[in-house]
Unconditional design. Structure first.
Length: 326
């Protein structure tokens, strides 16, 4: 976001950047609907500092989860405290085992090959973000299910993943189905890309923290409107919303808006046609798609600004070039 004193105070820049050269950065946690891709809940906080991690942001919205929900997340959220708090609300969990934990399938109650029920004791150390009363109210132990799945993609690369879940009935929830459910967590990464990159939310424009929050909320609203139209179009076409292209839908809605902006009656009359057009923006079936993690587009050959802009302008006024190409 713009480098203003107000933004810097609310959302300080990373300590690795020198004053006057960096930008304020915010951290956003988003809860997506797996079926449709809409934003169900979101919260914003500073990028760094005390109580600014994704876990801290999750605690701010955890009350929004309802009994019967399934919390699907990556292994950063494989925490005793997260699972205990969600279970207290009647919410089940499917996450990848945290890298600091080890699954030993020789112990616990065996359900099948590399599939067992284990008990996690409550950590002895009381975190600084929780009161002693809240700590004592937490269960003394958690009973969870751990199982291993092997994933092999088109690149011939095979990975072993250990999944942790509170769905402990192996007959009702077979390992293959729960493993397939976890693989759909990747939709969250695609939804974040749509929200940040396709909706142009990576670089904010507003110069005060209050307007930053409003700008983020506006992006979330517009994103959900597109997802809502996609859901209606998918229902009309009798396909799943995930089968439709977000970018194709976004371009179609923008074109529709430009020709119907000043005529509400025409919008209502042509809405079925819009849904039909959006319903035709299908995605190819691309399981285990892979792409090189490299950028094809070359950046502009400008040097980096390595001092505050005001200081650089004073040097330029004196005829001194304050930077070199890198």
């Amino acid at each position: 976001m713009p480098d203003t004193p107000a933004n810097q105070k609310a959302y300080p820049q990373p300590s690795s950047q020198k004053p006057g050269l960096g930008f304020p950065i915010a951290r956003i946690l988003v809860v997506f609907s797996l079926a449709v891709g809409t934003v169900l809940e979101a919260t914003i906080g500073p990028y760094q500092g005390k109580q600014t991690s994704e876990l801290a942001l999750l605690r701010m919205v955890i009350d929004q989860f309802q009994p019967g929900d399934i919390f699907l997340a990556d292994r950063f959220f494989c925490s005793y405290w997260v699972i205990a708090a969600l279970q207290a609300r009647g919410v089940d969990v499917v996450v990848r085992l945290h890298q600091c934990r080890t699954a030993d399938f020789r112990h616990g109650r065996r359900l099948g090959p590399e599939d067992h029920i284990v008990t996690w004791p409550k950590p002895q150390e009381v975190p600084d973000w929780i009161s002693r009363a809240e700590y004592d109210a937490m269960p003394a132990r958690l009973t969870v299910r751990e199982f291993r799945v092997r994933v092999k993609d088109k690149t011939k690369r095979a990975r072993n993943l250990v999944i942790v879940t509170t769905l402990r009935d192996a007959k009702t929830y077979p390992t293959k189905e729960v493993g397939d459910l976890f693989r759909q967590r990747w939709y969250a990464e695609l939804d974040l890309r749509s929200l940040k990159t396709n909706m142009k939310m990576e670089m904010l424009r507003t110069r005060s923290p209050e307007m930053v929050r409003k700008e983020v909320a506006t992006h979330l609203l517009a994103y959900n409107l597109i997802r809502g139209i996609m859901a209606e179009a998918a229902r009309a076409e009798k396909v799943k919303p995930r089968a439709l292209s977000f970018m194709g839908s976004l371009h179609t809605v923008r074109a529709f808006e430009q020709t119907h902006l000043d005529d509400p009656a025409r919008i209502e009359a042509d809405l079925p046609r819009l849904l039909s057009l959006v319903g035709k923006k299908r995605l190819d079936d691309r399981p285990d798609r892979y792409e090189p993690r490299a950028v094809k587009r070359r950046p502009k050959p400008h040097p980096l600004l390595r001092m505050p802009r005001k200081k650089a302008k004073k040097l330029i006024k004196r005829g001194i070039i304050p930077y070199t190409k890198t």
